[in-house]
Design a protein. Sequence first.
Length: 255
Amino acid sequence: MKIATWNVNSLTVRLPHVLDWLASAKPDALCLQETKQEDGKFPYDALREAGYHAIHNGQKTYNGVAIISPHAIESVSTNIAGFEDEQRRVISATVNGIRLVCAYIPNGQAVGSDKYQYKLQWLNAFTSWLKQELQQYPRLAVLGDYNIAPHDIDCHDPQAWQGQVLVSEAERAAFQQLLSLGLHDGFRLFNQDSGQYSWWDYRMAAFRRNLGMRIDHILVSDSLKPHCQQSYIDKSPRKLERPSDHTPVVLELAA
DNA sequence: ATGGCTTATTGTATAAGA
């Protein structure tokens, strides 16, 4: 079972990259964030022709999340139960007996801003909700763009970024709260190196210089952890023409 | 040097991302 997450920064623009990546990587499930389109514009037909089922929770211009799989996608739910939110940031479903939560966690813009407060409130609601989801679905993975670099080694310049959004103490504490539910950073089960990033700014030739952040993560539950076999960041789509600023993160589990 | 680039919008500049 190969699962992956990718913030595509507009599926309208990135559909060719997604179809190419599906064909070469052959994931059992791919979670997308920032599709930036309403459900009526989602490319169900193109994906079906490529052999994939898909579910989408979208909106115009911003946000939007999807799960794509060649297998049956069951027990679909959207958003965070009990949390009023106009923004389409969560979709969940069961594939091959594994509960997949696809999440686009708010960016937060700047520490102390209204959007930062929203991010922290959102994370609080998300964590409370996931605690219940884990009881119902012990075999669970949370895949997405967390907009949090959990540790200094996940940031190319921790000194310059100290206290800023994506790395602030409150955001990192919220990430640790998620882990305290019995979740584990899938990538770090296999790789302890610094310089391992999933996002690079479009500006400053950041990708070429590897000035990035590791903010896209796959968290796995206690029950799934023993089945994890490998995890890696696939930088190849970031090298294409007109890439997303994020690149896929992959986790492989024993069948 | 607080910018640089990319996307979407009913645009011809602005907002947002991270």
